[in-house]
Design a protein around this ligand. Structure first.
Ligand code: G6P
Length: 608
């Protein structure tokens, strides 16, 4: 969501901080700001808009060896210079950058106001700066003590970094619900909300846990809990490298990450397929054959594309394992006092592992004694840790807001889970073999779709004038259609709606005319003739049709055809989804959109 960077060392801090912000911009981007200490003063520069606007404002050199910086995605207060972080206390002594939401901000602000403090922003964060300053004024022994005392009054989530102009050699950081990671350099230390901002400088990192604080100096760090108990944290080495966050010749990250899919799928499958027993090995699940057999139902929980991946997963589980399965948005699940069934296997899906709604669903499940596993891309993330077991997606870092390779790897992982659940039940070895071979064939099939780029671009160009679009599919094609519509709306801002094909005639058909193109997902399966019927219905009302298919359609039936290869029918939705990524991508590019940074969206949504 928002991004945090901090630096203390020997270099000029501002270039390091701004560079870090650029790397985090994908997480949230409506304003940015930086604070450094210069000649005993906190010097703050802020700008509404992108990090580039901030950079343009930083024309005067302000040499300093310590600083904090932030890129924001508005929650409290509109995006403006005033609401951009860092926030200061009344005297300009303390500067704070913060991710997360302070739930009792209103009360804290009222209390501060009553005590005569003038709050200059509408944010929840500003209160923290005033609280810390008050603790120092009241005689707190150290900045860390003051931060600790202030945080005891705070309810909500935070990842924060605090700078004190009277201590220009240390930063105090704290984490509760929003990630904070320390990067250890040679005589310098970095702080960030995401390793993406660090890997350029160091791969040795320390992840803070919830409820932990740290005092960070150029050559050392010291961690402790909110209760002032010392903790000892060994640095770990992350395997992300700077290249993962570089475009490497691609015009944008979405394109780069779509192109990486064959390789990403290859990684997800590596060491997990077993030809001999026609099954999959998912060691991280921590479930033996008996436990797998005891599963009577599977429920997938996630948000956005992760939810649609769950829907594809539910289909796969029902088809291959013949166990009832469904998917539900994690946000709905957590709020409806769900009936948690001890015989259900719950799967929490999240690329980032930080999405608050998904995390909260996991916590609700654990509280009620549900069995929940994670399907997570970011190792060490909150959802992964909370679940304790599951399947890592191995998609590699995903930067583009619109999920592509991570979403694909989610579905591939669910195909393996379905295969495994099937093979401890009645899925025959021959069918298992067929799925194993089908999975092995996926990287090459995805490569083929990617190779069809120019043709898909032409289709996108022909429909770039549309204001609205339908995405239609049935059964296997239904989640594909939903994800296709999601991709299109999020990056192109074209209104796109997904419908089950048969539902068309129960209302939406009234909207079909020459200006309403329909993208119809037509897998080559037993429902082919039904899908052809859907296309006929639309054509009869003068609606343009783009068929995305691996079947042989009657000549001239659809206006445009995006064709993918034939494989195992259960797995075909995975390949069809990739074709729809490209369609959405090219439409967005055609409309001149900034595909990596769609308006109003953020990569990981750590608020409700
Ligand atoms: C945001 C992103 C989506 C993503 C969803 C879930 O809304 O824009 O692309 O699918 O969050 O994110 P997660 O990290 O939990 O998979």
């Amino acid at each position: 969501m928002c991004g945090i960077v901090g630096y203390v060392g020997t270099r000029d801090a501002i270039p390091v901080l701004v560079e870090g912000l650029h790397r985090l911009e994908y997480r949230g981007y409506d304003s940015a700001g930086v604070a450094v200490v210069r000649r005993g003063k906190v010097v703050v520069t802020k700008a509404a808009g992108r990090v580039q606007e901030l950079r343009d404002r930083l024309t005067k050199p302000t040499p300093s060896t310590i600083g904090i910086a932030h890129t924001r995605w508005a929650t409290h207060g509109e995006p403006s210079d005033r609401n951009a972080h860092p926030h200061l206390d009344a005297e300009g002594r303390i500067a704070v950058v913060h991710n997360g939401i302070i739930e009792n901000a209103k009360q804290l602000r009222a209390r501060l106001g009553a005590a005569g403090v003038e709050l200059v922003s509408e944010t929840d964060t500003e209160a923290i700066a005033h609280l810390i300053a008050a603790e120092l004024a009241a005689g707190a022994g150290s900045l860390e003590d003051a931060v600790r005392a202030a945080l005891r009054q705070v309810e909500g989530t935070y990842g924060l970094v605090v700078l004190d102009r009277t201590r220009p050699d240390e930063l105090v950081v704290a984490r509760n619900g929003s990630p904070i990671v320390l990067g250890i350099g040679e005589g310098e230390m970095f702080v960030a909300s995401d390793v993406a901002a660090l890997v350029h400088h160091t791969q040795r990192v320390v992840f803070l846990d919830d409820g932990e604080l740290a005092t960070v100096r150029a050559g050392e760090y010291r961690t402790s809990t909110l209760e002032a108990r010392r903790t000892s944290k060994e640095p770990t080495t992350v395997d992300m490298v700077a290249d993962d966050y570089e475009l490497g010749g691609h015009p944008d990250f979405m394109r780069k990450e779509m192109a990486e899919q064959p390789e990403a799928v290859e990684r997800a499958l590596r060491g997990r397929l077993d030809e001999r027993f026609a099954t999959a090995h998912l060691g991280g699940l921590g479930l033996d054959a008996m436990a797998l057999r005891a599963v009577r139902r599977v429920k997938f929980l996630g948000c956005g594309s992760a939810y649609y991946a769950g829907q594809l997963g539910a289909n796969l589980v029902e088809e291959l394992a013949r166990i009832p399965a469904d998917a539900e948005p994690a946000s709905e699940f957590r709020y409806r006092n769900p009936v948690v069934d001890p015989d259900t296997l719950y799967v929490a899906i999240s690329q980032s592992g930080e999405t608050l709604d998904t995390l909260a669903a996991v916590q609700e499940l654990r509280r009620k004694g549900g069995r929940v596993i994670g399907a997570v891309n970011v190792v060490g993330s909150a959802v992964a840790r909370e679940c304790g077991s599951g399947v890592f997606l191995h998609a590699g870092p995903e930067v583009s807001v619109a999920s592509t390779k991570a979403m694909t790897n989610m579905t591939v992982s669910f195909a393996m889970l379905a295969l495994l659940l099937g093979r401890v039940r009645d899925l025959s070895a021959a069918s298992g073999q067929r799925i194993v071979a089908g999975l092995r064939a996926l990287p090459a099939r995805i490569e083929e779709v990617l190779g069809d780029d120019a043709a898909i671009r032409e289709v996108a160009k022909r429909h770039a004038g549309a204001k609205h679009m339908f995405f239609l599919g049935r059964v296997r094609g239904w989640p594909v259609a939903r994800e296709g519509a999601q991709k299109l709306k999020e990056i192109s801002y074209v209104h796109a709606e997904a419908y089950q094909s048969a539902e068309l005639k129960h209302g939406p058909l009234a909207l079909i005319d020459a200006d309403m193109p329909s993208v119809v997902v037509v897998p080559d399966d037993e429902l082919l003739s039904k899908n052809l019927g859907t296309i006929e219905q639309i054509k009869a009302r003068g609606g343009p049709v783009i068929a995305v298919t691996n079947a042989d359609l009657p000549e001239g039936l659809a206006d445009d055809v995006i064709r993918v290869s034939r494989g195992e029918p259960e797995l075909d939705p995975i390949v069809l989804t990739v074709a729809l990524q490209l369609l959405a991508y090219h439409l967005a590019v055609e409309l001149g959109r900034d595909v990596d940074k769609p308006r109003n969206l953020a990569k990981s949504v750590t608020v409700e």
